[in-house]
Design a protein around this ligand. Structure first.
Ligand SMILES: [Zn+2]
Length: 255
């Protein structure tokens, strides 16, 4: 069984002490492919180090995370563009709008989101969207930017059935992670009404650990718990869930 973690911050300081052992636990669970979202220029070198250590398994994205969109965001966007000129990546991400941490930056978050969508179109790459308390704002931007070249993943999807359908209408897959195992996570109640072809798996580690590790550090090996939960929701074997969601990830990332 081969699983794909489509969103994991393996370069995070949270894994400083035991990164190798943590990676081995993921390999032991059949997780072989790790897609790595960027945050800001402060993490770029550690992402390259990670890629160097696991060249067969690690696939890098590049982008500016909405919570890192601050006064210096233009400089940060220039960094993103410069990296794209230097080498290739598998997606522009993670990008989007986050109104949970800071609402005062909404206008510049929108600008950064839009300009990175245009970057993705230029390189014909998928986008990986971070959305927190900002569905309407994100859908507004997607509505004006949508075209055949725009596609990607709505990462850590936690919306309603209606929002799920809307996201899919913009050629986005839904990234499903630990929240699907939460008692009050809600998405488990309607997910079986969404065709599995629209679903990819993710951990978002070190954040959002699935039950029974909720509240603790998350790691990619816990993706198997997300897979297990989806197997219950869809009434399919875990092997089948792993196969279909890995195929979906290949469709998005081209690898
Ligand atoms: Zn993330």
């Amino acid at each position: 069984m081969m699983l794909t973690d489509t969103h994991t911050h393996l370069y995070s300081d949270a894994f400083e002490e035991d990164r190798e052992a943590m990676m081995q636990r993921a390999f032991d669970q059949g997780i072989r492919r790790f897609f790595i979202p960027a945050i800001d220029s402060g993490y770029t070198q550690s992402m390259y180090d990670l890629e160097k250590a696991y060249p067969e398994n690690v696939f890098l994205m590049m982008g500016l995370h909405p919570t890192s969109v601050k006064e210096n965001y233009k400089e940060e966007l220039l960094h993103v563009e410069a990296e794209f000129k230097k080498r290739s990546f598998y997606a522009v991400g993670e990008i989007g709008i986050d109104l949970y941490w800071d609402t005062s930056t909404l206008e510049i978050q929108k600008k950064a989101f839009r300009s990175q969508i245009q970057l993705a179109k230029k390189y014909k790459l998928p986008i990986v969207i971070h959305c927190r308390e900002a569905f309407d704002e994100i859908f507004d931007v997607l509505e004006t930017e949508k075209d055949d070249d725009l596609f990607g993943i709505f990462h850590c999807f936690t919306g309603t059935l209606e929002q799920a359908k809307r996201a899919i209408s913009f050629q986005m897959k839904l990234g499903i992670g630990g929240v699907v195992t939460f008692k009050n996570g809600k998405i488990d109640t309607f997910l079986n009404q969404i065709d599995l072809k629209h679903i990819v798996l993710e951990t978002d580690s070190p954040y959002l650990s699935p039950v029974p590790y909720r509240g603790k550090r998350n790691e990619s090996s816990y993706l198997s718990l997300v897979c297990k939960k989806l197997s219950q929701i869809y009434g399919l074997s875990e092997e089948e869930i792993a196969k279909i969601t890995t195929k979906n990830s290949t469709e998005v990332f081209g690898v």
